[in-house]
Write a protein of this length. Structure first.
Length: 362
């Protein structure tokens, strides 16, 4: 069947919007792309790389060193293991894992569609049933299911066939954290059994990378076999006492990428307020710097100042000055998870005054 159209269809709507931007906005967007491309590497990235390298080594080792390297030899590979990367939302887990995979010499073509790669990343849906997870994995391999009602065993049978045919050795399940909340107890058991079955598959065992919030450990804990197979890493909150130099480096280098200067006095004034505004989480802290840089570019400034951080924070959160950590003298008392802060929180019904942080309750 052939079809003709009078008008060309652009399959990238973002490209259409980008082409319609004024020249100044396009230039600003190009600078921000360069800024966002810069990655702050820390000790935790080194540890993550070690976990991943060990996972790959385990996957290549065989029970019988003399086994042939052919299709029949796959069954001789050792069972797969898990790398589990946990941390609060905004700690930078997803960025760290994706950065590692995109730069790793043994993971060619990561993230590229239509070409083979030994690792694929799937964002876990919420709620996450066994069947829905299978559908998402199939979609990531380029095999969307057309039928709406397909039994979970059939879905995962197809998943296993696809994984093996595409030469996928590692499945990265990102944002895996809500299963213990959204699923019934019996569904949680099925999901745990599924994860373990991927590791110990007789014909084609694979490795798993799971990134999510700390609650995932509660979900996996009942399956002691899978817990034992895991190598675990926690992305801790940052603190000025131990991370000052890393954040200071980001605060000085990122503006430079955007052709902005920043004075040393400004760095010293911004640094403690920045970490607090970022809730002591690396990912959010870096986003705060990005937001301030964009604000400075929009203002056509030559230097990045604390006023740009103040304005960007107010724009993002809708909070008035008393609840802006870049303005308030008592910024350490501000709850930076709050948005639209315009007055002090009401006291509890019994009339007792709240002893929490300033603005700690909406």
């Amino acid at each position: 069947m052939t079809s003709t159209f009078d008008q060309e269809i652009d399959l990238d709507p973002a490209a259409v919007v980008r082409a319609s931007l004024p020249e100044e906005a396009r230039r600003r967007s190009e600078l921000m792309e360069k800024v966002r491309h810069v990655y702050l590497r820390t000790d935790r990235d080194t540890l993550l790389a070690k976990h991943f390298d060990r996972l790959l080594e385990d996957l290549t080792e065989r029970r019988d060193p003399d086994a042939h390297e052919d299709a029949d030899g796959f069954a001789e590979r050792l069972e797969g293991n898990i790398v589990v990367v946990l941390g609060p939302s905004g700690a930078g887990k997803t960025s760290a894992v994706r950065r590692l995979l995109s730069k790793h010499a043994r993971v060619p073509n990561y993230g590229k569609k239509g070409v083979r790669c030994p690792v694929i990343t799937v964002r876990v849906p919420s709620p996450c049933s066994v069947g829905e997870l299978g559908r998402v994995v199939l979609r990531a391999t380029g095999y969307p299911l057309r039928r709406t009602r397909v039994p979970s065993p059939e879905i995962w049978g197809t998943v296993r066939e696809r994984i093996q045919s595409l030469g996928i050795l590692v499945l990265h399940l990102d944002e895996f954290q809500d299963a213990h909340v959204t699923l019934r107890a019996d569904e949680q058991v099925k999901l745990r059994h599924l994860l373990r079955s991927l590791l110990v598959d007789e014909d084609y065992p694979i490795g798993l990378i799971i990134s999510g919030q700390p609650e995932f450990e509660d979900f996996l804990r009942p399956d002691r076999s899978s817990v034992r197979r895991g190598s675990w890493q926690m992305f801790e909150r940052i603190a000025l006492t131990k991370d000052r130099e890393a954040i200071r480096t980001a605060l000085k280098e990122l503006p430079r990428i955007a052709c902005l200067g920043i004075k040393e006095a400004a760095v010293l004034a911004i640094l403690p307020r920045l970490v607090h505004a970022g809730c002591n989480l690396l990912g959010i802290t870096i986003e705060e710097i990005h937001n301030a840089i964009r604000w400075a570019l929009e203002a056509k400034a030559n230097e990045l100042t604390i006023e740009h951080f103040e304005a960007a924070y107010a724009f993002r959160t809708g909070c008035l000055a008393p609840w802006n950590p870049y303005v308030a003298a008592d910024y350490r008392d501000i709850d930076c998870t709050r948005v639209l802060a315009r007055s002090e929180p009401l006291p509890p019904p019994d009339g007792n005054k709240s002893k929490g942080k300033k603005g700690s309750k909406a």
